[in-house]
Design a protein around this ligand. Sequence first.
Ligand code: NAD
Length: 283
Amino acid sequence: MRRLPRGEIVAVPDVTLNNGATMPQLGFGVFQVADDEAERAVTAALETGYRSIDTARIYQNERGTGRALRGSGIAREDLFVTTKLWNDDQGYDSALRAFDASLERLGLDYVDLYLIHWPAAARNLYLDTWRAFEKLYADGRAKAIGVSNFTVEALTKVVDEGEVVPAVNQIELHPYLQQEELRALDARYGVHTEAWSPLGQGQGLLSDPALAPIAEAHGRTPAQVVLRWHLQLGNVVIPKSVTPSRIAENFDVFGFELTEPEIAAIAAMDSGTRLGPDPATFS
Ligand code: NAD
């Protein structure tokens, strides 16, 4: 619960994952944030009311993130912490070792969600890696396990050949890349879709003329409109900012509702434009 500047009391809604665990639908990401800055940004986010934090080994800020989490005074069970296994740690034994190292850097004894960062299909190790994830889940050290950047092919393989269905597929998803096919497949398998770069990394998307009239109609910013669009689609979102005013702005997305025509106008913005690498080939 959190009282925002405009007065309303906000509780971020939870989504229920396929193993019964709950996850806040709005969280905070720390990609491209140096370790010390991550500590400051995560502290600001927790003070704003965010409870879900998304980091990764490759971001090199698990230590700073962990310091902010542990220093916040917020009970561990009220936090939701995600980290990710990097591509060169794929494989059964190396994944188990990488998980221990991430936990050690975070200073935690479990994570709420552990993700395979990319399928890296050319290396052909993600099924072995998934078996290690299943062990971490069975041992209760990862309360939920999932994947990131998994394509139709890779996700289908894990669902068909694994014991545990991934709880989450975290994929690049914003108005310029709406991922209809993958979102439908995730839903069919009971995998929750989580959007990375939900704001399209800022600038270009947020100044798109299609968003301005919608923002104006609600007295909101384009960033708030885009986050609201994700929430109404059912996506989990993890916007990133290191600027306290934007951290607060991105959290203030619950006191309004986009109309059907507004949702349709945003649907029309899809151009299939990727900001990040193509998951089919990246390894
Ligand atoms: P994002 O879409 O969240 O955009 C962040 C950028 O947008 C900021 O750096 C800032 O420049 C701008 N911005 C933020 N709030 C704004 C506001 N209110 N008004 C105007 N501009 C604003 O991009 P992201 O950081 O790439 O993605 C979010 C999170 O997703 C990351 O921090 C990370 O946790 C995760 N992620 C995961 C993967 C993956 O492969 N799994 C890849 C990239 C990002």
